[in-house]
Design a protein. Structure first.
Ligand code: BAL
Ligand code: ZN
Length: 855
C-alpha cells in the first residue's frame, strides 16, 4: 500500500479559485455537475490531476467542449486531463449513490436525510477535485431535490436564492465567500425542524443561528444553542475572534463517524453531541454537548480561516482547538475538575497510544490512511503542547502570539511550524528545543528526587528525563519540560510560592536554601507537562499533599498516587497500608471547604487500565481483584459516611448548576461505595435511586452500579431501562454500553449475546462504539483469559470493515497492545490480528492499524 510522507510535500500543480456545484439530489442516484475554474500554479507542464474515489465521469468538458475518451484517463480513481493554457474551465458530471454509502464518507443517507462528511478525503467520493487541504476555493452550490422528502436544503456560507420546480421538486443556491479547502464542504437535505436564534457580534453584526433536527428532537436542542452563543461570545472575549458569515447552521445526524464536523457555516454533528434533556442525557453528556459545540465553532478560526497545509499538520487545528474548547469548558464550569477530567482522558487514551505500536509524533512523518490519525496524540497531546506554550508565555504574550498567528495566516493553509513561529515572534520566546514536542513520539519520564541537607539547611531537587523509544525513533533527545513546582513546609501546611522550572537537560538539579527541615515536593502542578513523573515521596508525603496542596490537580494527583502505590503493592504481594487510603478518603469527603465535584474525582480509585499502565506485565485478573478488594474495604469501613452522603446529596428538582452537578457526582460515588460495602440493602438503595431519579445522571449511575452485581434488581433495572428507551437510539446506546462496561464475570458472554440483539447494528457507529468500544475498554472483561473477548472484537472488525472501515479501524488498538500482556494472552491477541490481516479485501484503514500492531 502507498505510504504518504511529510517530506514529499509539494505545492499543488493546479489551483481552483472557484467551483460551482450543481446537485440533483436523490437517495438512490444523485447527479453531480462540477465546474472548476483551474489555474496553473507555477511554471510547469504537468497535467491536471483530480482525485476521485469510486467515481466514473459521465462527461468531461474543458472550456465548454466535451472531451473525447482519449483526452482523459482514469487510474486508481485519479482523473488526468492534459491542459494547454494557464487557466481553464473544467466540468465533470458524475452519478453517486448516497443510499448505498455505508462508509459515511462523502454524500450519504442517514435516516431520511442526505448529508455529507468530507474530512479528510471524502470530497473525492462526491466529485473529482484536488482533494488536499492547501487548495482553497470559493464555492457556489445549487441543489435540487424532491420538496416533500427534502424540504430543507442547506450548504456552506449564506443562502442566496431558492424556488420551486415542476414535478414536486425545488431548488436552493448557497454561496460561501470564504475560500476553503474541500474537506470543509457540506450539504444537507431533509425534513428538518429548526431551533432558530440570533447572535450579535462584537462589531454589531447580527448572525442567524439554526440548529436543525427531526421535529421530535427540537425540545432537546436548548443546551446546544446556549453553548453555541456562549462559544461565540467567549471567542470574541478571549481571542478577539468574531464570526464572519450571516448564518451559522448546525445539523444533527444519527449516523456519524466523528463526534462532529466543522464545515464552514454548516457544522454537521453526531446527534449525541447536540441532543440533551434531563430524561436522557447525563451531566457528562451535557458537558460533551457544550464542549463539542464549542470545539466545532472555534474551528471557524482555528481550522477554517487558517487551515492546514497538509494532513501532517492536523494537530495545528485539532490540538489548538481542543486547547480552546478545554479552556472554554473550564470557564463555563470548574477549572479544577475540568483539568482533572482532561488529564484522565489523556492518560487513558494518549499515554496508552504513546507507549504502543501505534505511537506517532504530534506531527507525524508518514501515513497509509489519514483517517487513522485522528488520534488522542494529534488532539489531546497536541492540546497539551499549546497549553505548555501558553504557560511559558503567560496570558498576554500568548494572546499576542495567537493574534499574530491569525493575522499572518488568515486565508492560508499553514503548518505547525507557522504556529510555533508566531508564538516566538508574538510572544518573544525561543522555542527551538520545544519543537521536539512535535517531532518526538513517546511520553517523557521524569524522575524528581528531593534530598535534604540539614547541615546547609537546603534541599536539592534532582530532575532526570528520558523519552522511551517508539516505532521508527529508537533514540530521543532531551525535551524542554515546564514543571510547575512548590515546596511545602510540613509544619505550616503551606508552600513558599509556585515556580516554573524548565527541565531542558537529561539531568539537572536545583537547590533551594532556607529549609531547616525537609519540605514536601509538589511537582507538575496543574499537570503542567504531559509527562510521567516518578518521585521519592513517601506515602506520608502523599497523604500530606492530599490534605494540603492548594493546587487542585496536584492534590488529586497525590491522592491517586497514594492509591496506586497501595494497589500496585498489593498486586505485587507486598505489605501495604490500606488504612492510609481509607483515612485520606475520609478526610477528603468530610472537608467542608472542598467542592463536591472535586471530592468525587479525588476519592475515585484509579481505573484498572491506569493500574495496568503502572505494571511491567499487565495482569487484568490481579488488578481487578486488588481494586475490587480495596473498593469493598473503603465501602465497608466508611459505610455510615456513604449512607449519610447518599441521603444528603439527594436533589429536590433537577438543575444544571455546578452545585447540582457536583451533588449528583458525589451521590453516585457514595452509591458505588455503599454497594461495595457489602451492606445487605446495597442493591435496594441502588434500585431506589434508579427508580426515583428525575435525571439520567443518577439513573444511569444506579444502573451501572447494579450491573456490576448479581442481584435480582440488576435484571429488573435493565429490563425497565430497555423498555423505557427502546425507541430512542441515543439512550438505548447507554443500555448496551453499561452492560459492556460492567465489572461482571459474565460480561464477555453478555457482550456476545448483545452483538446478536435485534437492536444491535453495525450500520450505526454510535451503537458499535457503545457495545464493542466500551467492551474493549473494559480491561478485565476484554482480557478474559479464554481469549473470547479478543475473538469478539476481531469478528466485529472483520464484519464492520466491509461496511465502514474508518470505524472498524478504531477498534484495532486494544488488540494491538499485546506486548503488554502475559505470553498466553499476547499469543491469542496476535493470532486475532493475524486472522484479520488474512481477510480478503481488507481496507487500508484496518490494514495499516493491524500491520503496525504486529510489527
Ligand atoms: N475535524 C474533525 C472533527 C473535529 O475535530 O472537529
Ligand atoms: Zn476538531
Amino acid at each position: 500500500p502507498h505510504i504518504v510522507r511529510r517530506q514529499d510535500y509539494r505545492p499543488p500543480d493546479w489551483l481552483v479559485p472557484d467551483i460551482a456545484l450543481d446537485f440533483a439530489l436523490d437517495a438512490a442516484a444523485t447527479r453531480v455537475h462540477a465546474t472548476l475554474s483551474v489555474t496553473r500554479n507555477g511554471d510547469h507542464d504537468r497535467p491536471l490531476r483530480l482525485d476521485g474515489d469510486g467515481l466514473l465521469p459521465l462527461e468531461i468538458r474543458v472550456d465548454g467542449a466535451v472531451l473525447a475518451a482519449d483526452q482523459w484517463s482514469l487510474d486508481g480513481g485519479t482523473l488526468t486531463i492534459a491542459l494547454s493554457n494557464s487557466a481553464h474551465m473544467v466540468e465533470t458530471f458524475v452519478e453517486i449513490a448516497p443510499q448505498g454509502n455505508s462508509k459515511l464518507m462523502g454524500l450519504y443517507a442517514s435516516g431520511g436525510l442526505l448529508c455529507t462528511q468530507c474530512e479528510a478525503e471524502g470530497f473525492r467520493r462526491i466529485t473529482f477535485f484536488p482533494d488536499r487541504p492547501d487548495v482553497l476555493s470559493r464555492y457556489s452550490v445549487r441543489m435540487t431535490a424532491d420538496k416533500a422528502l427534502y424540504p430543507v436544503l442547506l450548504a456552506n456560507g449564506d443562502p442566496v436564492e431558492q424556488g420551486d420546480l415542476p414535478d414536486g421538486r425545488h431548488w436552493a443556491r448557497w454561496n460561501d465567500p470564504f475560500p476553503k479547502p474541500c474537506y470543509l464542504f457540506a450539504l444537507v437535505a431533509g425534513d428538518l425542524a429548526c431551533n432558530a436564534d440570533r447572535f450579535v457580534t462584537m462589531s454589531g453584526r447580527e448572525v442567524q443561528l439554526g440548529i436543525w433536527v427531526r421535529e421530535a428532537d427540537l425540545p432537546r436542542t436548548a443546551h446546544a444553542m446556549q453553548a453555541l452563543k456562549n462559544s461565540m461570545a467567549w471567542d470574541e472575549r478571549v481571542y478577539g475572534r468574531e464570526y464572519d458569515l450571516d448564518v451559522f447552521n448546525i445539523v444533527a445526524v444519527a449516523d456519524f463517524n466523528f463526534g462532529a464536523m466543522e464545515n464552514k457555516g454548516l457544522n454537521i454533528f453526531n446527534s449525541r453531541y447536540i441532543l440533551a434533556d434531563p430524561e436522557t442525557a447525563t451531566d457528562i453528556d451535557y458537558d460533551g454537548v457544550e464542549g463539542v459545540v464549542a470545539h466545532e465553532y472555534f474551528h471557524n478560526w482555528s481550522g477554517n480561516r487558517v487551515t492546514c497545509r497538509d494532513w501532517f499538520q492536523l494537530s495545528l487545528k485539532e490540538g489548538f482547538t481542543v486547547f480552546r474548547d478545554q479552556n472554554f469548558s473550564a470557564d463555563m464550569g470548574s477549572h479544577a475538575v475540568k483539568r482533572i477530567e482532561d488529564v484522565r482522558i489523556l492518560r487513558a487514551a494518549q499515554f496508552q497510544e504513546d507507549s504502543g505500536p501505534l505511537a506517532h509524533p504530534v506531527r507525524p512523518e508518514s501515513y497509509m490512511e489519514i483517517s487513522n490519525f485522528y488520534t488522542a496524540t494529534i488532539y489531546n497531546k497536541g492540546a497539551e503542547l499549546i497549553r505548555m506554550m501558553a504557560l511559558m508565555l503567560g496570558p498576554e504574550r500568548f494572546r499576542a502570539g495567537t493574534d499574530l498567528y491569525f493575522d499572518r495566516h488568515d486565508g492560508e493553509a499553514a503548518t505547525c511550524e507557522d504556529f510555533v513561529r508566531a508564538m516566538e515572534d508574538g510572544g518573544e520566546i525561543d522555542l527551538a528545543q520545544f519543537r521536539l514536542w512535535y517531532e518526538q513520539a513517546g511520553t517523557p519520564h521524569v524522575r524528581a528526587l528531593l534530598s535534604h541537607d540539614p547541615a546547609t539547611q537546603s534541599v536539592t531537587l534532582l530532575l532526570e528525563q528520558s523519552v522511551p523509544p517508539t516505532p521508527g525513533q529508537p533514540e530521543k533527545r532531551p525535551m524542554a519540560i515546564p514543571l510547575r513546582t512548590a515546596l511545602f513546609d510540613p509544619e505550616t501546611g503551606q508552600h513558599r510560592g509556585d515556580e516554573l522550572l524548565m527541565l531542558t537537560e537529561a539531568r539537572q538539579s536545583v537547590t533551594f536554601a532556607g529549609w531547616p527541615t525537609a519540605p514536601i515536593l509538589s511537582i507538575n502542578r496543574g499537570f503542567s507537562a504531559p509527562v510521567i513523573v516518578e518521585t521519592n515521596r513517601s506515602q506520608a508525603d502523599l497523604a500530606f499533599l492530599s490534605a494540603h496542596d492548594d493546587d487542585p490537580f496536584a492534590r488529586y494527583e497525590a491522592m491517586q498516587q497514594l492509591m496506586v502505590n497501595v494497589l500496585v503493592g498489593r498486586i505485587g504481594g507486598q505489605p501495604v497500608d490500606e488504612d492510609a487510603v481509607v483515612a485520606a478518603i475520609r478526610d477528603t469527603v468530610t472537608n467542608p471547604l472542598l467542592d463536591p465535584a472535586f471530592i468525587a474525582e479525588a476519592i475515585r480509585l484509579p481505573s484498572e487500565a491506569y493500574l495496568g499502565d503502572q505494571m511491567a506485565v499487565v495482569d487484568p485478573d490481579a488488578i481487578h481483584a486488588a481494586r475490587d478488594a480495596l473498593q469493598r474495604r473503603i465501602g465497608a469501613e466508611l459505610e455510615p459516611l456513604w449512607r449519610d452522603m447518599h441521603g444528603k446529596t439527594k436533589a429536590n428538582a433537577f438543575a444544571l448548576s455546578p452545585a447540582a452537578k457536583g451533588a449528583r457526582k458525589l451521590r453516585n460515588t457514595a452509591l458505588l461505595y455503599l454497594a461495595a460495602s457489602g451492606a445487605a440493602d446495597g442493591a435496594t438503595v441502588a434500585f431506589g435511586q434508579f427508580s426515583e431519579a428525575d435525571n439520567m445522571t443518577e439513573r444511569q449511575a444506579a444502573l451501572a452500579t447494579l450491573a456490576n452485581g448479581a442481584s435480582a434488581e440488576r435484571e429488573a433495572a435493565l429490563d425497565i431501562f430497555y423498555n423505557r428507551y427502546r425507541d430512542d437510539a441515543l439512550t438505548l446506546d447507554k443500555w448496551f454500553q453499561t452492560q459492556a462496561f460492567a465489572f461482571h464475570p459474565d460480561t464477555v458472554d453478555l457482550v456476545e449475546e448483545l452483538g446478536r440483539h435485534k437492536d444491535f447494528t453495525l450500520a450505526n457507529p454510535n451503537r458499535v462504539r457503545a457495545l464493542y468500544g466500551a467492551f474493549a475498554g473494559n480491561q478485565w472483561a476484554f482480557h478474559h483469559k479464554s481469549g473470547k473477548g479478543y475473538r469478539l472484537v476481531a469478528d466485529c472488525i472483520v464484519a464492520l470493515d466491509k461496511l465502514n472501515p474508518q470505524t472498524a479501524a478504531r477498534l484495532v488498538p486494544p488488540l494491538g497492545r499485546w506486548r503488554r500482556f502475559d505470553e498466553a494472552r499476547a499469543a491469542m491477541m496476535r493470532a486475532e490480528l493475524q486472522r484479520i490481516l488474512l481477510e480478503p479485501g481488507l481496507s487500508k484503514d484496518v490494514t495499516e492499524q493491524v500491520s503496525k500492531s504486529l510489527e
